[in-house]
Design a protein around this ligand. Structure first.
Ligand code: UDP
Ligand code: MG
Length: 330
């Protein structure tokens, strides 16, 4: 069975077009399928429209989260609820062509565990957007031990084993791209042409993307924490030699009243570095705090299609609504 997992956040106008295109393709694949729709706290008519689709197609299941948890967590919820032997996360805005699912399945049958759909080029994005994406990838590559595949979105096909591993990851800061890269397995990329967003605008503003990048960097790298030790050592060394120079100078030329500038400059420079360092330590500390609180990743308000279903194939235990789906043993 193939599970297609789709997060929805205020995608009401896209719902009908999406299913009109997706369902015939799924039927043509020749496998049993389900669509796990995660309604990520939409404030429009997304849920009503999804329920209407479900009315006609019982294999379309809906998980309704209690509020907007963000795409990464909505995806985690979908992965926890999906039952398929393969699971394909996809966007609701038709930027991920469902036609590609057949190709992804073919690669999976060849024995790959993760088949990644990779954008040929970025469409509909501003120059600033593309430049900051490049900067992020450059930083990430140099700071963390995992390598992110370029231009890979969340459109991919995952083997059951991979999904189980992801469901067991206990961390709250879910930087999915990093997690996918970190877990390994046999991965392969398949190129595709990304279309324009069907209706509406991207849900990712500049600040949201900035937060996502910071989450990704701090979740997969300790470099920002460590680098200040090196900077501190270098600055101290410089200060040490400068101190010797001043003492010798004073002994030779006597006390010299000018020199306040150098003092002020040194104090301000070091003060700045100290505040910056404190900020970075605080950032990591905040993340440790949110991990330690151990709150559930997401809260499910309602799930449609997991208990009353006659054509339900896999009847595994449901993840408890207010708990993380699975906990790593030990
Ligand atoms: N999305 C979500 N929760 C959010 C933001 C987005 O579930 O808080 C969903 C959205 O409905 C869409 C997918 O994530 O299905 C990708 O969103 P979008 O198209 O805005 O992102 P982009 O294509 O610009 O990366
Ligand atoms: Mg999009």
């Amino acid at each position: 069975m193939l599970s297609v997992v789709i997060p929805f956040f205020n995608e009401g106008p896209n719902v009908d077009a999406l299913f009109a295109r997706l369902l015939p393709i799924l039927d043509g694949l020749g496998v049993t399928w389900e669509v796990v729709c995660v309604n990520d706290g939409s404030r429009d008519d997304t849920l009503a429209r999804l329920l209407a689709v479900r009315h006609a197609h019982k294999a379309v299941r809906i998980v309704e989260l209690s509020r907007n948890f963000g795409k990464e967590l909505a995806l985690s919820a979908g992965l926890a609820f999906a039952r398929g032997d393969t699971v394909a996360p996809m966007d609701a805005d038709l930027q991920h062509p469902p036609e590609l699912l057949g190709t992804l399945m073919a690669k999976w049958r060849e024995g790959y565990d993760v088949v990644i759909a990779v954008r040929d080029h970025r469409t509909g994005q501003s120059l600033g957007h593309r430049l900051s994406a490049r900067l992020f990838y450059w930083l990430f590559d140099h700071m963390s031990e995992v390598k992110l595949p370029r231009e890979a979105g969340d459109f991919r096909l995952l083997d059951r084993r991979v999904v189980e591993v992801i469901n067991r990851m206990p961390e709250r800061t879910r930087f999915m791209k990093g997690i996918f890269a970190w877990i390994g397995f046999r991965q392969i990329c398949v190129p595709y042409e990304q279309g324009e967003r069907a209706i509406g605008t991207s849900r990712w503003g500049f600040l949201k993307l900035l937060h996502l990048s910071l989450d990704g960097l701090t979740a997969f790298s300790n470099f920002p924490l460590r680098v200040w030790g090196l900077v501190g050592a270098a600055v101290s060394l410089l200060a040490f030699f400068y101190g010797i120079f001043r003492v010798v100078r004073t002994l030779v030329y006597g006390i010299d009243v000018p020199g306040f500038e150098s003092l002020i400059v040194a104090i301000m420079f070091l003060g700045g570095i100290q505040l910056l360092t404190l900020g970075i330590i605080g950032d990591y500390l905040g993340r440790v705090f949110s991990e330690v609180k151990g709150r559930p990743l997401f809260i499910v308000r309602a799930a449609y299609g997991w208990d009353e279903d006659e054509n339900d194939i896999h009847h595994g235990p449901l993840p408890s609504p207010v708990e993380r789906p699975t906990r790593r043993p030990g």
